[in-house]
Design a binder for this molecule. Structure first.
Ligand code: GLC
Length: 437
C-alpha cells in the first residue's frame, strides 16, 4: 500500500466531509455536478453509511425520500423537490402530473431497487437511542409496506413471486449488457425530442452510447403516454424483465420488512407470503448449464444470457443453496478470465465478466467497478460464511477509495477514477465497510 494513502480515520473524515458537502439541508445529492437531485437507492445506501456517522441525519434521509412516494405506494427513482437544475431528464420531461397518483412535487415515473427497508433496519440496529429509533421505525413502516405492496400489485399482478422492471434504469445498472438483447428487440425507436446533459461533466466514453439513450427515452415516452398507469403499463410495456438483481434486493428487503413488522408487533403474514413465493419462484432464474442466475425477458419469453455481477446478488438475499453459492464463487468470482484480478485486471469486481464480448472497462455499467455492487456481493458472501472471498473484495473496495477517492466507478485494470467525482454512495458504503473492523 502506498505510504501516502489515507488511513482509516482520514478516510472516515473524508467520507463525512463529502456527505456534508453534498447535503442540501433536506437531502444528500449523489453528486453535486452529475446528479443534483435525490435518488431512491442512493438515499438508502447513504442512510446505511450515516447509520455509523450520524443516525439522525440518516433517518432524515429516509424521511426526505418518502416525501416523494406516490399515492398508490410507488417510490420513484428520482425526486425533484427543488425543481429543475441543469440535469436531464428535467422534472417536466416525465409528465407525472398526468397520473392521479403523483405526489405534490415532480418525480420520475420509474422506481429503483428497494434497498430502503434494509437501510431502515440497519439504522435501527445501530441506534443508541432505542425509543427514538422505534418511533422512527413506526413512523416509516407503513410507507415501506405500501411500497412493497405496490411492487407486488403493479409489477407482479399475476402473483408469480417475481416482480418485473419496465426500464433498465429501474435496475439501477442502466446500460448493463444484460439488457442489450431486450433493448435490441425494440427495433427502430421513436424517442420524444430530448437533449442529453450527462456528458457535460463526464467523458462520453464513460457514459451510455447514443443508441442506448434513445432506447431509454423511447421507453419513457411510451410510459408517459400511458400516464404511468400500472395496469396499462403491465399490458403494453415494450420492456418487461424479471430482473435478478431487483428481485434479490426485494427478497432481502422483505426479510428486513418482516423483522421491522415483528419489532412493532405488526402482523407478518403478508411479508411471510412474499418471502415464500419468491424463494420458490426464484429457482426459475437459475440456469444450471451456465451456472448463472439470468434475467428473464417476459416479452421474448426467454432468459437474457449475459454474465454480469447480478448473478452474485442472490447471495445477498440468502437465495442460493450452499452448493450453488460455492459453485458461483469457484466458477465465476475466482476465475481471472471472468471476475477475479489477473488476466488484465488488478481489482475486483468488474460489473461484467471480462470474457463477455460486451465488457468495456470504463463504460458505466458495462465493466467498471461500482462500490454498490461490491457491497451487495460482500454482504452476500458473508452471509454464507465465504469469509476469504468477502474479505478479498472488501480489501479491493477500500484500496480503490484510498487510491482514487469516492468516485462513481473505477477502472478494474488499474483502479483509476471514472464517472462523477465526489460520489455520495461510494463514501457511505466505504464507511460501512470500514466499520467492519
Ligand atoms: C446512475 C446510476 C443509478 C444511480 C444514479 C444516481 O443513474 O446508474 O444507479 O441511482 O446514477 O447516482
Amino acid at each position: 500500500m502506498d505510504q501516502t494513502a489515507p488511513t482509516t480515520p482520514d478516510l472516515l473524515d473524508r467520507a463525512r466531509a463529502l456527505l456534508g458537502a453534498n447535503d442540501t439541508g433536506s437531502f444528500i445529492k449523489p453528486s453535486r455536478t452529475q446528479y443534483p437531485h435525490q435518488w431512491n437507492w442512493d438515499a438508502a445506501f447513504i442512510a446505511i453509511g450515516l447509520s455509523h456517522l450520524d443516525p439522525e441525519r440518516g433517518r432524515q434521509e429516509v424521511r426526505a425520500l418518502l416525501r416523494g412516494q406516490w399515492r398508490d405506494g410507488m417510490l420513484p427513482h428520482i425526486l425533484y423537490p427543488d425543481g429543475p437544475s441543469g440535469y436531464f431528464p428535467t422534472p417536466d420531461f416525465w409528465r407525472v402530473h398526468e397520473s392521479p397518483h403523483a405526489p405534490a412535487f415532480p418525480t420520475s415515473g420509474l422506481t429503483q431497487p428497494p434497498v430502503l427497508a434494509t437501510a431502515v433496519r440497519l439504522l435501527h440496529e445501530r441506534a443508541h437511542d432505542e425509543r427514538a429509533s422505534l418511533a422512527f421505525v413506526a413512523e416509516v413502516y407503513p410507507a415501506l409496506l405500501a411500497w412493497h405492496r405496490w411492487l407486488r400489485s403493479a409489477r407482479d399482478p399475476e402473483g408469480t413471486g417475481l416482480v418485473a422492471i419496465i426500464h433498465p434504469w429501474e435496475a439501477g445498472t442502466d446500460n448493463s449488457p444484460r439488457f442489450d438483447a431486450a433493448l435490441a428487440r425494440l427495433g427502430p425507436v421513436d424517442p420524444p425530442p430530448y437533449e442529453r446533459a450527462d456528458r457535460r461533466h463526464v467523458a462520453p466514453g464513460e457514459r451510455p452510447r447514443a443508441l442506448d439513450y434513445d432506447r431509454f427515452m423511447h421507453l419513457i415516452g411510451a410510459y408517459r403516454d400511458l400516464a404511468w398507469e400500472p395496469a396499462a403499463i403491465w399490458e403494453r410495456a415494450p420492456f418487461l424483465v424479471r430482473d435478478v438483481l431487483f428481485n434479490a434486493v426485494l427478497h432481502r428487503a422483505d426479510q428486513d420488512l418482516r423483522a421491522l413488522a415483528a419489532l412493532l408487533g405488526e402482523d407478518t403474514a403478508e411479508p411471510d407470503r412474499w418471502l415464500a413465493a419468491t424463494a420458490t419462484a426464484f429457482e426459475a432464474l437459475w440456469d444450471e448449464e451456465s451456472g448463472l442466475y439470468l434475467d428473464f425477458d417476459m416479452r421474448a419469453g426467454e432468459p437474457l444470457r449475459e454474465n454480469t455481477f447480478a448473478t452474485f446478488v442472490p447471495l445477498y438475499a440468502g437465495l442460493p443453496s450452499r452448493t450453488r453459492a460455492e459453485r458461483l464463487v469457484r466458477e465465476q468470482l475466482q476465475d481471472p478470465r471472468r471476475y477475479a484480478p489477473g488476466g488484465g485486471t488488478r481489482y475486483a469486481l468488474p460489473t461484467t465478466a471480462k470474457d463477455c464480448p460486451r465488457f468495456e472497462p470504463r463504460r458505466y455499467w458495462r465493466g467498471p467497478i461500482w462500490l454498490s455492487a461490491n457491497w451487495l456481493v460482500i454482504r452476500g458472501l458473508e452471509r454464507y460464511g465465504l469469509t476469504a472471498s468477502a474479505e478479498a473484495l472488501r480489501k479491493d473496495s477500500l484500496e480503490l477509495v484510498r487510491r482514487s477517492g469516492f468516485v462513481e466507478y473505477y477502472d478494474p485494470r488499474d483502479g483509476t477514477s471514472c464517472g462523477a467525482r465526489g460520489f455520495s454512495w461510494s463514501a457511505a458504503l466505504a464507511v460501512d465497510l470500514l466499520m467492519d473492523d
